[in-house]
Design a protein around this ligand. Structure first.
Ligand SMILES: [Fe+2]
Length: 388
């Protein structure tokens, strides 16, 4: 646990069922570019907001964005609004749409500068471009309709190129944290389980990786552990249709936001070290890749920690998590993750085109990132083969 730490900015947040209705007041007088996912377009509460824009003659443009954002999508949308008067970008959808909105809000501001008019976002992507991401963006409001990446709390936008020369890389700057995040769990209600569960397992993964991170701190520890308390049970309740659905959705909505705060401060571990590069090989949904790996990597870390006997901090923290989950020991905590994976009935990585050769290209050593326990390379490779 780091006792010296830096606290990053978090956005203003409107949270709770019906909070989307309050967004209208926040946007009055702005000139909007709304990026929206096709599924969010048909949501009743979202349609109400656009109806309200019409009645009040709010100036807005609307672009549908589907799939994980690419350089080409960001450059094309940005170019379309360079000459306009848009001053605020609104993202309504899953993590991909929110990341697209974040990248467009930054690039639109900077490309309005004549010296940067023809710039591509590619030039500013970490590990791909050769320029630092420029500071500043237009106004930015993010409204998640799935509970996954926590993009509404983070300062980076992940852009993807799949296939040869593929990458999954971030446009990142402290100034890209949005102005306003709207966490309205009722927006999650229309998402199918096939979307809700993997994306929620991404949020669960981010919370767990931030919780166990060697770079965590007291601030993140308290936030993340509290958000973790109900997460696995909310996911199970949604799958098994037990408990109050609206309570489960509220747990996911808040958990996803805190997972973004957590990863921004503490970083991530094995699952994201593997799922990120996997997303550049084949178009596997990020949440699904995380969902396939979370129980198995935690089982491997737990086994390694017991075998090696020098991971007291990790084992103590895992025990604390087990107690938080109403369990009595670490083994039961790992079993809870395994039970969740089975209940989720996830499609295999092979169904998205992966084979052993693809898995062999992944860097299984670098994948550890901030995970507190190292897993042998062969063991990581075996985990990757097992999700085919
Ligand atoms: Fe993630």
């Amino acid at each position: 646990m780091n006792e010296s730490f830096t606290l990053l900015q978090v956005p203003k947040v409107l949270s709770g069922p019906g909070s989307l209705h309050k967004v209208f007041d926040e946007l009055t007088g702005r000139r909007l570019l709304c990026l929206i996912s096709p599924s969010a377009s048909t949501h009743r509460a979202v349609m109400d907001v656009f109806d309200a824009f019409e009645r009040a003659k709010v100036e807005y443009h609307r672009e549908e964005v589907s799939g994980e954002p690419t350089v080409e999508v960001i450059d094309t949308i940005t170019a379309r609004y360079l000459k306009g008067t848009v001053d605020t970008v609104v993202g309504i959808g899953g993590g991909s749409v929110l990341d697209a909105a974040k990248a467009v809000s930054a690039m639109l501001l900077h490309r309005r500068n004549p010296s940067m008019r023809t710039a591509s976002v590619l030039e500013y992507l970490e590990g791909v471009g050769d320029k630092p991401a420029p500071a500043g963006r237009l106004g930015l409001v993010l409204i998640p309709t799935t509970a996954g990446t926590g993009s509404e709390a983070t300062k980076n936008a992940v852009l993807t190129r799949v296939g040869d020369g593929g990458f999954k890389k971030s446009l990142r700057h402290d100034s890209y944290v949005c102005d306003l995040a709207v966490l309205d769990p009722s927006l999650l209600d229309s998402a199918p389980l096939s979307v809700l569960i993997p994306s929620g397992m991404d949020a669960l993964t981010q919370l767990l990786e931030a919780y166990f991170s060697v770079s965590t701190n007291q601030y993140i520890d308290s936030l993340v552990l509290q958000a973790l308390t109900d997460m696995p049970y909310a996911l199970m309740g949604l799958i098994e249709k037990t408990g109050k659905r609206e309570d489960h959705l509220a747990t996911l909505s808040y958990g996803a936001f805190i997972s973004g705060v957590g990863l921004a401060h503490a970083g991530l571990g094995y699952v994201h070290g593997l799922s990120g590069p996997m997303g550049a090989i084949h178009a596997i949904p990020h949440g699904l890749a995380c969902a396939l790996l979370i129980a198995k990597t935690n089982r491997a870390m737990f086994t390694r920690a017991i075998t090696d006997g020098d991971a007291d901090v990790y084992l103590t923290r895992l025990h604390r998590l087990a107690i938080t989950w109403g369990l009595t020991n670490q083994e039961q905590a790992i079993q809870l993750l395994e039970r969740l994976e089975i209940l989720a009935e996830l499609p295999s990585a092979a169904s998205y085109g992966f084979n052993r050769e693809d898995m062999d290209t992944l860097d299984v050593v670098k994948a550890q990132r901030n995970a507190p326990v190292g897993i042998e390379a062969d063991e990581v490779r075996a985990i990757l083969y097992s999700i085919l």
